[in-house]
Write a protein that binds this ligand. Structure first.
Ligand code: HEM
Length: 459
């Protein structure tokens, strides 16, 4: 069946499809191949063959939960040593997935989210304090660095009552360095083989990174156990909430995996999403002006917008959606057949067979998004356009039972912060900057800096 699926024309014996690929940019290499080879294709690395797809019809069929499910493979499987059977990396059949899902999902209900809102505002205030100081010193701001500070502090505070002090440090917190190290390591494991000496060194460094992550999390959990209850945050849920039906609780080892999962999944992708949105806002002053006018209208001069005032920033949400369309910061997800089936009436698949959905290409399929799919245009997400579009064509948060549990959290946080920044500053792009996307399983605009001007009106 694989014979019908195209692959790059020049295959090397033993190594496979490695010509012209770069270990640091597997996703962007796949995007290039996608444009050459079409909506479904395969790549071989060493003796392993992977199927990639992005055509809207194929991806929509794979969203059928009666025949397909999440596949824990490639990058996700490589994270098992650090995140184990935590929510993100658990196999579908592992009992800890359902248990943790049922215990933790209420931590993302509307009520829970409304409770996080004031903490999110407080963290955002630390960001604007930092940016005010950079501005006063005549400096440009480090967008990905500062968005990472912001999102790490937000999930640490709302989820775990913890403060990493990111804004008080010049360099990233060692937790971030260890996390980036382990994500980049997991990504490299799928690509070109490394010479054994380098491989051993990388593995040693990765083991040290994982140990650091574990130690940080163990200290955080120990502190909570000692001090008693927090403010009803995620950690309280993990430690105290029993499953509503079975009465079962998360084990200590599983709590460790969940805390790491949430600290990483809860900040790395949101940070990229905010960074890409700021990149596009700075490049498109007319779009920024429209979004800013909306913020002024909806928020007026209230110093601190309320929870409901964030959801009312419809146009700004479209800016965010459009950024996530072009650069979904978790850029792929894998699906497996749960029975023998035929994908989209064309490709026979055995039970257990799987393929990787390339979200950035799905989000640029000209049949859905038009010939100008590479152009940034938030109006693609106005209500009428959304109604007219086929389902399952916009998937930045994955699909089905294993889709992102933190989606509303991320969207609320990002919309709130973008609103606060637009209200306070004019964003001045560096005319010499060319978008360069770095990959470490997730995506980030590399080296993006912006100039700022303080707005006079209205707050
Ligand atoms: C799952 C994307 C923010 C926690 C996922 C998946 C995607 C995704 C694509 C599915 C992966 C797969 O199918 O293998 C994103 C993006 C975000 C974001 C683009 C920001 C813009 C967050 C936040 C949290 C979070 C803020 C936590 C506070 C999780 C967890 C899972 C997950 C725990 C696993 C869910 C499960 O399998 O039960 N995310 N995410 N994510 N995400 Fe997010």
């Amino acid at each position: 069946e694989l014979d019908r699926i195209p692959h790059p024309p020049r295959r090397l014996p033993l190594l496979g499809d490695v010509l012209g690929v770069d270990r640091r940019t597997p996703l962007q290499d796949s995007m290039r191949l996608a444009r050459e080879l079409g909506p479904i294709f395969r790549r071989r690395v060493l003796n392993r063959e992977f199927v990639f797809l992005w055509g809207a019809k194929l991806a929509a069929d794979m969203a059928d939960e009666t025949r397909f499910a999440k596949h824990v493979g490639l990058g996700v499987a490589n994270l098992r040593p650090v995140a184990g059977d935590g929510l993100f990396t658990a196999y579908n059949h592992e009992p800890n997935w359902q248990l943790a899902h049922d215990v933790l999902a209420p931590g993302f209900s509307r009520e829970a989210m409304a409770g996080y809102h004031s903490m999110m505002l407080a963290v955002a205030g630390r960001l604007t304090g930092h940016w005010d100081r950079e501005l006063a010193a005549g400096r440009t701001v480090d967008v990905p660095g500062d968005m990472t500070r912001l999102t790490l502090e937000t999930i640490a505070r709302t989820g775990f009552g913890h403060d990493f002090g990111s804004f008080e440090r010049d360099r990233p917190h060692p937790f971030v360095t260890a996390m980036v190290g382990t994500l980049a390591y997991a990504q490299r494991l799928n690509s070109l083989p490394m010479p054994p000496a380098l491989q051993r060194r990388a593995a040693r460094r990765n083991a040290a990174d994982i140990a650091y992550l574990n130690d940080t999390v163990d200290a955080l959990v120990a502190a909570r156990r000692e001090s008693g209850r927090g403010e009803g945050d995620l950690l309280d849920r993990m430690l105290e909430t029993a499953h509503p039906e079975t009465g079962e609780r998360l084990s200590a080892e599983n709590v460790r995996k969940q805390v790491i999962t949430f600290l990483v999944a809860g900040h790395e992708t949101t940070s990229g999403a905010l960074s890409f949105a700021l990149y596009y806002l700075a490049r498109h002053p007319e779009i920024a002006a429209r979004a800013r006018a909306e913020v002024d209208r909806v928020w007026g001069d209230t110093p601190e917008p309320g929870y409901d005032q964030v959801a009312r920033l419809r146009y700004l949400r479209r800016v965010l959606d459009e950024s996530l369309r072009l650069w979904p910061t978790a850029p792929a997800f894998a699906r497996e057949a749960t029975e023998d089936t035929v994908l989209a009436g064309e490709h026979p698949m055995r039970r257990g067979g799987w393929a990787l959905v390339l979200t950035p290409m799905l989000h640029r399929d000209p049949e859905v998004w038009g010939e100008d799919a590479d152009r940034f245009d938030p109006d693609r997400f106005d209500a009428k356009a959304v109604r007219g579009r086929a389902p399952h064509t916009f998937k930045p948060f994955g699909t089905g039972a294993r889709a992102c549990v933190g989606r509303q959290f991320a969207l609320h946080e990002a919309t709130l912060v973008l609103g606060l920044l637009l209200r306070r500053y004019e964003l001045i792009p560096d005319p010499g900057y060319r978008l360069k996307v770095t990959e470490r399983l997730t995506l980030m605009p590399d080296g993006l800096r912006l100039g700022l001007e303080r707005r006079k009106a209205p707050v």
